[in-house]
Every structure is written in C-alpha cells, then in structure tokens.
Design a protein around this ligand. Structure first.
Ligand SMILES: [Ca+2]
Ligand SMILES: [Ca+2]
Length: 168
C-alpha cells in the first residue's frame, strides 16, 4: 500500500493470502525469547532472505543467542521463506550473545554482506555487546566465523541493550 514517498501499511496475518511467514514460527522453538528479523540478499540472487536472531539460553548450556536462516525461494515481490539448517545455514554452529539483534551491511566494501549483532552478555555485570562477523566468503556463498567484539561498555551503550543501524 502507499507509495515510496507516502507509505501506507496493511497488516497481514497468519493464514491470510500473501503472508509469507507461516512456516517460520514452526521452525523456531516456542520457548525462544527473542525474534529479531533482518533481511539481506545473502545469496546474491536478487531477493531478500530472512535472518532471525534469538535467545538460546538452554541450547548451549546458558547465555547465548543463535541465528535462524530462511532462504527466499520465491520472488522478490512474492517471497517464500525456506528454513535452512546445517551446512546450508551460514551461521550453523556460530553463537552470538543473547537476544541477538542482527544487521547486515558491506562494511568493508568488498561486495559481500558482513554482519553486526547487538546482544546481551549475561553475567554479574550485564554487558551489552556489539559483535562483528566479517564475511570471508563471497556475495553468493557467505562464510562467517566467530565474531570479534567491537565494544562492550555498558555505560556507553546503556543498560537496555544495543541495536545497531546503518544508513545507505
Ligand atoms: Ca536472496
Ligand atoms: Ca563485505
């Protein structure tokens, strides 16, 4: 609805036509406490793919987050998201901090999407962290390794978590 200069929004709900997310809630276990979406064309095929950051407190023995990956196997104007796991998920086995808030941007201008994840480190001091995951693969076949922490200063970031944002 609306136009580029005057947007209008219409909520589409589960079960309605053109609602592309019906298979997502069944892919993420109910007990997760964060569902933070980020879109990026991670396989460079012209449509936006979906990532969802979560809190995975139980899976790794406490205190970590995880990224779920849904490849867009539809069209740019008619998305259809397929849950990818194992080796087809570029974040398979990679832990983030809790309540993962992902954002993709080509920060090093090498043509592939890098990742920043804001999160929460659950210990007695309650740090809020920003992690950087450089894409060491390609624009169509990303490879991410465990991220380095850019900063973790609760007094600078505030105590309600950090969420990163980049403007084009
Ligand atoms: Ca894509
Ligand atoms: Ca890059």
């Amino acid at each position: 609805m609306g136009t580029k200069s005057k947007p209008g929004f219409l909520e589409r709900k589960s079960g309605q036509p053109k609602y592309p997310f019906d298979n997502i809630s069944s892919a993420i276990p109910f007990e997760k406490r964060a569902y933070v979406p980020a879109f990026a064309d991670i396989d460079n095929d012209g449509d936006l793919d979906l990532f969802i950051g979560t809190d995975e407190e139980a899976k790794y023995g406490g205190g970590y987050g995880e990224m779920y990956f849904f490849r867009n196997v539809g069209q740019h104007s008619s998305p259809n998201f397929l849950h990818e796991t194992g080796s087809t998920n570029p974040f398979d086995g990679i832990r983030t901090e809790r309540y993962a808030h992902p954002t993709f941007v080509d920060i090093d201008a090498d043509g592939d999407m890098d990742l920043f994840v804001g999160g929460y480190y659950d210990n007695s001091t309650d740090y809020y962290l920003l992690q950087y995951f450089k894409n060491t693969g390609t624009a169509s076949n990303p490879v991410y390794v465990n991220g380095s922490t850019l900063f973790s200063n609760p007094s600078a970031l505030g105590r309600r978590g950090c969420k990163q944002s980049f403007q084009k």
